[in-house]
Design a protein around this ligand. Sequence first.
Ligand code: 9PG
Length: 519
Amino acid sequence: MKEIQFTELQNINIVQADEIRVELPSHPIHYYRHGWQSWSLAAWTNLNPFPVQMPVLFHPLQVDAEHVFNRAPHGSWLGAVEFEDGNILLLGALATDAHVFFVDGKLTGRMDNNNAEWFVAYGQENVVFEEYAKQLGNRFGKIKKNSAPRVWCSWYSLYTTIDEKILSRAFDELSGLSFDVLQVDDGWQMNIGDWEPNSKFPSGMHALAQKIKSTGRKAGLWLAPLVATRSSRLFRKHPDWFLRDQRGQLVSAGFNWGEQLYALDTTHPGVTEWLTTLMKQTRAWGFDYLKLDFLYAGALRGNRYNNMPREAAYRESLRLMRNAMGTDAFFLTCGTPIFPALGLCDAIRIGPDVSNAWERHRDAHLLYNPSIPGTKNAIRTVIHRLWLRSLIHIDPDVAYFESKENSLTKEQKTLLQDLAYICDFKATSDLPQWLTTEEREQIESFLNANPKIEQLGRYIFSIDDRTADFTSAVSLPIWPTGLITLWAILLGWLGSIPFILRVIKLMDDNALRKRRASL
Ligand code: 9PG
């Protein structure tokens, strides 16, 4: 354990230690929490105990389940405190498998297993984060291939109701809009784990990629290669490939698609071979842009075939998949623990999903869940992770232009569009046949714009001659009091009952089926 006094600090300090404690010059006013994976909260918060987000069943897929019940300020790999005068002190690992806590008025960093380097710096927020990013780039590597492609993604308008006919129509009607990639999202596969086309894609995946390429764009595909549902053939055939705990019980990777999810042990030779074949298969089908999702599953705690720290194991699986797909593919990681992905992919999703609504009372105030899809949740976390932009392409998720089935105000949509400019990553899911002529023109001008961006304050930017202020997205919900607390506890509990989630899923599927008729 290394103890560092504030007076010993140089401008930049690199310290070798498994555990480190940094004394502060005075009592801070804010703490920078950095959540584990794409969908986990990143934000400046006060120092009060923080509510535990609900439902518990979702913890493995929304936060770092190892630390979720610790209500004191803490975060993955780094932590920073802000003082009255606006200066900050940052303690951050230059390695994976590390966590930072605020304990007894000091910043404490802990690393699993290895004795690696820590970065400590005090000063102006932008300067400190910039230097930290530089040091991370030296250790993890930087890859930024020119500019990020402009993407149309099927998820946020069609969800799982995609089929050959619906997509083919959308691809045709997107002609005249300057997209570089048309990306097929969730809904094409047989099952999570069984990555073959389902009956809605009778012509197969090669034909689907060909169709996209015939429109002059690159073909993109979504997969969640490190998880599988209990009902998948993969799970039934290879139960020994999945991560288990000390007692030999399967480790939960959370719950989605109305089912229990399990995580592949990516160090198992059967799994490495299977992953390699899968990546090569997607390339052979003709997809050049891969959005690999639910990747956190590769970094959950468990007993691995090769005993190694969980995030290091995950990083190796990314290396393996990257090698198998080739460096000429554009590789976007999503639902990914952030640090282990640096240097191995082209882009990282740095926030939760956006949605056609700003914030839902249930999710924000009762479940206190900042990871659930919602535009405010997405903007809040993305705006706190912009410092990663010098290292890698940062994906803030899609912007909306359409007004059909969308309750965002014009101002809220503009915030998302501005965030895309700031991140230099432009994507939308708007369905071409839903767009008015004006909305279509707005998309085209968005895709071709290259505005001059300047940061004026933590949440304020100038974009050409306009000002974009993201302050309205950063506040955190107020924790409920009185009778509402009981309702919140009940809801959190109900949300962890698989049967209830299955019923909700059936209702959602039914609504989507009805909607499909109108597409
Ligand atoms: C497809 C989607 C889209 C989307 C991804 C991911 O429960 N959750 O917290 C949760 C968060 C995100 C999520 C799904 C569930 O969405 O981010 O772009 O590809 O999967 O299923």
